[in-house]
Ligand binder design. Structure first.
Ligand SMILES: Cc1cc2nc3c(=O)[nH]c(=O)nc-3n(C[C@H](O)[C@H](O)[C@H](O)COP(=O)(O)OP(=O)(O)OC[C@H]3O[C@@H](n4cnc5c(N)ncnc54)[C@H](O)[C@@H]3O)c2cc1C
Length: 454
């Protein structure tokens, strides 16, 4: 039995973080209102408020497990609806650090719904909760506070349709899930509260994505091909089967190397990747519509967990706290992990203590940040501080990836960490450390690994 905490909670943003926040808030508030600037239609098309949704969006195991806990039967529903599925290493080609990870059955599910398809199903589940309401086509333009500015009491909104008059909506709790462009730091400053400091890793990344009609043997029978970048080969890519008999291919360039959107340039970029898998996969496939691009300047973590003062009645979640290099496919899963931190805080049956929540959310974020920032800082051109420990960890991870090309135990351990099932320090558990560091007679070259792996 869940304890009631208040009458009304309001969530700014109805994307993944907002939907998951609403799901857990609904157990403790009489009414939960999600406000989004977009039209939140029943269908599963891409929408303007989530432009990144047109690009490859892997759902990591940790995120999938959390979603399944909130919405039992969701994975089966996605698969029945046409989302391709398979084993994370058994039915995928996962290149990390220039090595093809040893193919074998891990028991971890690789699930390939496109982002809009996944979001639409999660949204339908949240919409079906009796005490959740959605107000769409409405911008949240500010917060309201009480007389002494100690507590947030609601939001100011402007509807995109109709008269565009500003209205107030009262709430006992406002949760900002409005993504990277969140205005909370500005709103805090407006009322005399300190804004959070930001950890940043500038990467000047760009995605270009093209959807193709699926051929009969698309991706050689695999669900996904992941081609991570290395310090020597900075171009990376993801090719994934998706619902509707299509293949989605995202090409990724870093440090200003933007993949082109025209067909010829797109294919040329694919051919320049360090392995031929992706170029081969799209050869002869027909594009569906034009390619689209997305630029991502920097990984950014707003350190709400380090603030010593924060108003009551306000929380922040998802990309509004932290958004990391998307090539590691972590954002939705981090939002899911943060939502479990919120669920646990709510389980105390009292209004959530913001500072305590932000500390728990930071714990849920740390693994993803360490993986993404750690790998990006291995590129000498990426500005940022590197400690000796960072360099040693970088070398160790490179070794893990090399060993994972032929050692199932290490390959499985690596993907469990990459899928946020385990935290990065687990790669250094004694039995794994031994397997990684023990001398080997001869390792197969990456080219030989491809032949062995398929
Ligand atoms: C190119 C790219 C690829 C990615 N790939 C992956 C991947 O493979 N796997 C993965 O897990 N994650 C991936 N991500 C990250 C993922 O998209 C996000 O982490 C995830 O969507 C959670 O974000 P969010 O809900 O916090 O914010 P968002 O998804 O950005 O949603 C914010 C919502 O708030 C609404 N909104 C914003 N401002 C207002 C306002 N003032 N008033 C009302 N509504 C407002 C918007 O309309 C939107 O619905 C990728 C990101 C990018 C950029």
């Amino acid at each position: 039995m869940h304890k009631r905490i208040g009458a009304h909670a309001l969530v700014v943003g109805g994307s993944m973080a907002g939907l998951l926040a609403a799901r857990v808030l609904a157990d403790h508030y009489d009414t939960v209102t999600i406000v989004d600037r977009d039209e939140l239609a029943e269908g599963d098309g891409a929408r303007g408020g989530v432009p990144q949704g047109r690009h490859a969006h892997g759902l990591l195991t940790s995120g999938r497990d959390t979603l399944e806990g909130y919405f039992p039967g969701l994975a089966a529903e996605l698969i029945t609806g046409g989302a391709p599925s398979g084993d994370l290493l058994g039915n995928s080609r996962f290149w990390a650090g220039g090595h093809l990870l040893k193919r074998h059955q891990t028991g971890l599910l690789a699930l390939g719904p496109s982002r809009p398809f996944l979001e639409a199903r999660v949204r339908a589940r949240v919409r079906a909760i009796d005490n959740v309401m959605m107000i769409d086509r409405t911008d949240v333009v500010g917060l309201t506070v009480d007389g002494d500015r100690a507590r947030v009491t609601g939001v100011r909104v402007v509807s995109r349709g109709g008269d565009r008059e500003e209205r107030l909506i009262d709430a006992d709790l406002v949760v900002d899930a409005s993504g990277r462009g969140s205005k909370t730091p500005v709103w805090l400053a407006e009322f005399g509260w300190p804004a959070p400091t930001e950890d940043r890793v500038p990467i000047d990344l760009a995605y270009t994505t093209q959807v193709f009609h699926r051929g009969p043997q698309a991706l050689g029978g695999d669900v996904v091909i992941l081609l991570g970048y290395t310090p020597q080969h900075r171009r990376s890519a993801i090719a994934a089967l998706m619902e509707g008999d299509k293949v989605l291919v995202s090409l990724v360039g870093i440090l200003g190397d933007y993949p082109p959107t025209d067909d010829e340039g797109f294919r040329r970029f694919a051919e320049s990747l360090c392995q031929p898998d992706i170029a081969e996969a799209i050869r002869g496939l027909t594009p569906v519509g034009p390619a689209v691009s997305f630029r991502f300047a920097e990984s950014r973590w707003r350190r709400y967990d380090k603030l010593s003062r924060f108003p009551a009645g306000l929380l922040v979640i998802g990309d509004a706290i932290c958004s990391v290099n998307p090539a590691y496919a972590q954002g939705m899963s981090v939002a899911a992990l943060q939502s479990t931190a919120l669920r646990d805080a709510l389980a105390r049956g009292r209004p959530v203590d913001a500072r305590r929540f932000f500390r728990a959310a930071a714990k849920a974020t740390m693994g993803a940040w360490q993986i993404a920032a750690g790998a990006d800082l291995a590129l000498p051109e990426v500005p940022g501080r590197r400690t000796l420990a960072d360099r040693l960890i970088g070398r160790y991870v490179a070794r893990v990836q090399a060993v994972a090309a032929h050692d199932e135990v290490i390959a499985a351990a690596f993907v469990r960490v990459a899928a946020l099932v385990e935290s990065p320090p687990n790669l250094m558990r004694p039995n794994r450390l031994f397997r990684v560091l023990r001398p080997r007679r001869r390792r197969p070259s990456p080219a030989a690994s491809v032949a062995v792996g398929r």
